[in-house]
Design a protein around this ligand. Sequence first.
Ligand SMILES: [Zn+2]
Length: 303
Amino acid sequence: MQHHSATWALFAPVLVVSAAPTPASAQEEVSRSIEPVAQDLYRWTSGSYRSMFLVHEDGIVVTDPLNAEAARWLKGQLEERYPGKPVSHLIYSHDHPDHTYGASELADEDTLVVSQRLARNTLVETKAQTLVPTVVFDERMTLLPDWDQEIRLRYHGSNNGRGSISMMFRPQNVLHIVDWVVIGRLPYRNLKGYDLPGMIESTRQVLELDFDRFVGGHAEMGHKDDVRRYLGYLEALHDGVRDGILAGHSLDRIKRDVALSDYSDLAHFEEWRELNIEGAYNQLVDGAYMLMRPDVPKPPDSE
Ligand SMILES: [Zn+2]
């Protein structure tokens, strides 16, 4: 389904006719768009997913390809806008397949596929059906340093999946992070695949960087203050649940007590607040073994 607004307007009547016998396909329609963020730098969107591309002298750097359909759509858009410009680099934000699939739709044999080493390891170990990174790094890597343009990649430790990095575009001063920083919305459901203390540590690290705009892999674009507020939410979630466990309270009681009401304006607050608490609780119990400690009272079965 390749619905860019311009082509959609041209071909709408044809698509309506062809879609009519299979109404199920209408539900699978994904809205896609491209928006400028700064000089030469764009955010592209496919449904609830966001990724970026940067146009430079010798080609185009694309961050996550997302999936085959999205990547094919983007490829068409890039060919239309920048005829003859190759995709010079693909950068995987982390190892998860809902962000890394579809790479072969965008890459040719000269495209460098870049990731942190741990992300590459997962893709190889799990036999993921996407392009294996050809360039890996451990802590930091700077791309395009020969032009008047830099992309600084940095690993901050565990936070979401494996090998999840931050991407800083200079001179645009735009920071791009996928999944472990989300603006305008709660972290996803019960934090499956996330490391909450690691998210807090990584987010503190990126707040020390100088950036004007933030672009996430989901939800809204924002500024440094938004990232600071997001960190405040993570800390309130973590500390509230931790203190409930230390006081010997059950998960049900902690869900009632940790109101997080300062953040009630965030999207999905009503549906996901308790799930976030449950995720934090499970990480502190199953990951940090808090209930195995002699100093922590065993919670009652129900309160
Ligand atoms: Zn994601």
